[in-house]
Every structure is written in C-alpha cells, then in structure tokens.
Design a protein around this ligand. Structure first.
Ligand code: AMP
Length: 541
C-alpha cells in the first residue's frame, strides 16, 4: 500500500522561492572585487535569478545545458546558482586556481555552453576562449560600463547588460527531482579530473542535513560567511542551506586575507564561518598580531584538510569560538561527517573533549560509512583498527559524469580513498590517504601530473612526487628524481622545467635526488618506503 502524501519533487527552485517568501528582507552582503560592499536581499536574489532564467531562455540554452562560472563568492554567483538550476540547466562551477589548460579540458569535457567569469579572471578567459569549443556565450560578471572594449572575446557581454533588462517573473519548470542541478569537477582522483553531477534531490537533502543542530546548526538567527569558495563543492552547500533556513549570507569576494575576513566578520556580525585550515591560519595570525577578539563569531566549520590541534585550541580556548571539524568530498556534495560532542561527553575534562574534537566526526543521518581491510572485511569500531573508508547515501555519487570504465562503487559503496578508524561511539578519524594526490591549502595537486612532467625531462630516468607536511599549506609536493646514467641534474633546472606546464602553486617546492626509487612487486613505486627514506627531510624554508 502506498502512502497518501503529496508527491512534491525536491527542487532548488523551492529553496529560493522559500527564502524570498519567508525571509525576503534578509541581507546578502558581498565584498565586490572592486573592494566596495554590495547589499542585496533574498528577495532581490530571487528576482534576479528569475531574470537569469529569462536571459538563458532568450539565448535558447536548453534543459540540462551546462552554464559555467569562474567566479568568487558573491551575489551574482548566487543569482546564477538559483537561476541556472531552477530553470532546468546545470550550474558548473569551475576552479579558477587550475592551470588554464586544465580549465579548457574541463570546460570541453563538461560541454559548457555559457561561461560567466569575474573580471579578476579576464586574463584566464582571454587565454582560453578560443579553445573552449562548446562555449557559445561569454559573460563578464560586471556592470555594462566595466566591460573592456578590447577583450578579444567575441560577443562578450556584461552580466548586468544581459540580465537586468529581463522580466523579473518566471514560472519555474516542474522538474523530476533527480534532474541534474549542479556540477563540480574534482582533481582528487587519479587520472583526469572527474565530475560529480548533483541532482535537485541530492542538493535539497544535503541542505537539510547541513542545517541540522549536530551538523552546522543553521537558523534564521545566523549570519554565515562561507570563505570556502562557491567553486569548491558549492561552498559546502551553504548557499542552499542558508536559503532553506533564511540566514543572512556574507560573501568575501576575492579578499581572503586575515584582515579583510576579520573586518567582514565584525562589521556584518557573522555568527558562523566556514573554510579550510589555511584560511583560518591567516585569520588567527591577524588576530594575534593585532591583539583582536571576535565579538560575534560563535562557530567555525573547518574541513577540507585535517584541522591542526593548535587551531582548535586557539579558537576554543583563546577566542571562545566552537570549532566544528568536518570531513567530506566533492563526491559527497560534500558533507560526510562533522564532529560535535554527545551528551555523555559534556562533563569530560577538557583534554578528553579535545581528543574527540580532533576526529573528523560522526556520520550525519543519510550517510552510512564503514571501514574495510584489503579483502573488503569490515574492521572493528574500536578506534584502533583502520581500513579503507567507504560511504553511501542519497548525496553520494553513483558514478562520475561521462563515467569511463566500471562504476567507482564497490558493492554499492563509494570508496573514498581515505583510510580511517572509527571508535565505539562512531567517531571517524582519518589516519591516511590511499589515493595518489596531495592537498595543499585545500586544493588538489595530482602527483601523477607532477611525475609525468618530470619524466618528460630528457635527463630524468624516474620521478616520484610525494607530499610533505607544511605548517601553512598542510602539505606541499616535492619531486624525488633519479637522473639518467651519466647525467647530472640540479634542483633549479628540474623546478624550472615545470614553468608554464602546471599552475604555479602546483609546482613542487623542492627536487630531491636519489640513486633509486623503491619499487614493489607489481612494479608500482612504493611511496610509503620513499617517505621512510626521506623521514629526516625538511622542506626548504
Ligand atoms: P575534495 O573533494 O576536494 O573536497 O577533497 C576531499 C578529500 O579531502 C577527502 O577525501 C580527504 O582526503 C580530504 N579531507 C577533507 N576533509 C578532511 C578532514 N577534515 N581531515 C582530513 N582530510 C580531509
């Protein structure tokens, strides 16, 4: 027997409609790239998102077509989020920190039809436009009078020119809730970047989950500042959750330094901020150097990389801000676990509580996880046994966009490439990574790309890239090189060889020379052994 409830599809449009109807006067504040502060409201964002939909209709952009952004966190980006998805197109947030060649590859793979970019990224747009073969329209996210006359990009139009003359009314289409809404590529896998393709259903369910009290605990009384970029897994889904609860949003634009973020936190009375550890390091540095305090900030969500204990201590003990340590992945929309205490922990001594806070946290309802050994056997939840972390749930990918080869799932579970323990209370802790990638300041560096470039050098016999712990960036890559017999190589020459081939920040910090790189039985480089060999190694200052 079926239940007798209404079959209303979950949709992104319902989020923006709700925010407009019930929280229309709540502010959306953005620091623009020009440096000034722009003020909007949920009602204005909703109205302009309908103008975006009309503008896309005028260009005859079809259902399911990809509309790409190369943009900072700001109100225009938010309007695109809601206008593109609600009208049945897919918003594809591109990572402008990648090398232009990588951006071209991704845009072509995604078959983007419209490309909207912040003026900061005009140089990238100029470099790539001729090679983005599927893009029909280029939009600069600026006022009409800011549009450069000599961009060289055919048909370039300003966002305001494109959108602001459109009608503000639009009837959202009734979409199947499994319709694609948003797309994000990740370089956190081996091989070429791969895209997670989120649906309206997964986005709304993830938004509900984010807002739960034991997750980010979001409400209409919150002012939220996502430092985490909107091009990195939809700023952890915060724009959608904020619409769902009617929270005020504050967008930092391009100014991510400690001073600028602190100013916004204080002037806009931000209660919750979210970002990767590197950003908070800059903020804490600014506070410490200037003897400042937080007057409004209550909680900060820190994830993307392991949160260092000193950071949790500083926020908690020095500044009275609760740290919510989160773990997630692009493939998980991204939230998987978040660390909050249980009732039974509240009377524990502070150092015991801290041990728990350092873990990546408990599962959120909707996400199932397990840890398994090499044979797929589940490992005990005793906080000691470790294994590969596998997850499943309604906001976890089933496969990548244009999946090549077999499904990434193992018996219905998605292998995360992280290695973890789980304790008896269900707190998961990441202990290692089985995937061959390096995460620096919250962004991926493919060790394979770094190795392949070194291998293209005529004097290199073999190269291995490994991550080394770094106080600011969490990890930095180094390349370990074996020179061809009779050849001598110097560090500077190897590092120079990377110029122009990958993004500057992806170039290794050092080249180290060895006689041989340890190789395992299957012919693969044994990076664990290599790390042991280099245990005394220190990154250059
Ligand atoms: P991304 O898809 O770029 O969000 O990266 C996801 C990966 O980042 C995870 O699989 C982990 O390897 C790493 N990661 C994310 N959050 C954390 C965390 N809190 N602690 C340790 N590693 C993390």
């Amino acid at each position: 027997m079926l239940g007798l409830m209404q079959k209303q599809a979950l949709s992104v449009s319902s989020l923006i409609d709700f925010a407009e109807t019930h929280h229309g006067d709540v502010e959306i504040v953005s620091r623009r790239i020009e440096g000034d502060i722009h003020r909007s409201t949920w009602a204005q964002i909703a109205s302009r998102s309908r103008q975006v939909a009309n503008a896309l209709d005028q260009w005859k952009i079809g259902q399911g077509a990809r509309v790409a952004t190369l943009a900072w966190n700001g109100y225009r980006h938010l309007e695109l989020y809601f206008g593109v998805s609600s009208s049945g197109r897919v918003i594809h947030t591109l990572n402008p920190r990648l090398h232009p060649d990588q951006i071209v590859w991704i845009a072509n793979h995604a078959e983007d039809e419209v490309m909207c970019f912040d003026m900061t990224f005009l140089p990238i747009a100029k470099q790539i436009h001729a090679r983005c073969t599927t893009v029909k329209h280029w939009v600069a996210l600026c006022d009409a009078d800011q549009l450069p006359a000599d961009s060289g990009i055919p048909g370039l139009i300003s966002y305001e020119n494109w959108v602001s003359q459109q009608a503000t009314s639009y009837v959202w289409p009734q979409l199947d809730e499994n319709t694609a809404s948003c797309m994000c590529y990740t370089s956190g896998t081996t091989g070429n970047p791969k895209a997670a393709l989120y649906s309206h259903r997964s986005t709304v369910l993830h938004a509900y989950a984010c807002a739960l009290p034991d997750v980010m605990c979001l409400s209409a009384r919150d002012t939220i500042l996502p430092v985490v970029p909107m091009f990195h897994v939809s700023a952890w889904g915060i724009p959608y959750s904020a619409a769902m609860v009617g929270a005020k949003l504050v967008f930092p634009g391009a100014a991510l330094d400690g001073k600028s973020i602190y100013e916004l936190l204080e002037t806009e009375k931000v209660t919750l901020a979210a970002g990767v550890p590197t950003v908070w390091q800059m903020l804490l540095g600014h506070l410490g150097a200037n003897g400042l305090r937080f007057n409004h900030l209550k909680r900060t969500v820190i994830g993307g990389s392991a949160c260092p204990p000193a950071m949790i201590h500083a926020f908690n003990d020095q500044y009275g801000v609760e740290v919510l340590h989160a773990w997630g992945m692009t493939e998980l929309s991204p939230l998987g676990t978040l660390c909050t205490l249980k009732n039974k922990h509240l009377d524990l001594p502070e150092d015991e509580k801290m041990k728990i806070r350092l873990k990546q946290g408990r599962a959120i309802f909707g996400i199932d996880f397990k840890i398994v050994d090499d044979h797929g056997k589940e490992q005990a939840h005793d906080g000691k046994a470790y294994g590969d972390l596998l997850v499943k749930g309604p906001w976890v990918i089933q496969e990548y966009f244009k999946q090549e080869g077999p499904s990434p799932l193992v018996d219905g579970w998605f292998p995360t490439g992280d290695v973890a323990t789980v304790d008896a209370d269900g707190y998961m802790q990441i202990t290692d990574r089985s995937k061959d990638v390096i995460k620096s300041g919250g962004e991926w560096i493919s060790s394979i790309d770094v190795e392949n470039i070194a291998m293209a050098h005529p004097d290199v016999l073999m190269a291995a890239c490994i991550g080394m712990p770094h106080p600011k960036w969490d990890e930095r890559p180094i390349v370990v090189v074996v020179a061809k017999p009779g050849k001598t190589l110097v560090r500077e020459e190897v590092l120079k060889f990377y110029d122009g081939k990958i993004a500057k920040w992806q170039i290794p910090d050092d080249a180290v020379f060895v006689e041989a790189i340890p190789i395992g039985a299957t012919g693969k480089m044994l990076k664990t052994k290599l790390r042991e060999m280099l245990s005394a190694y220190q990154l250059p200052a």
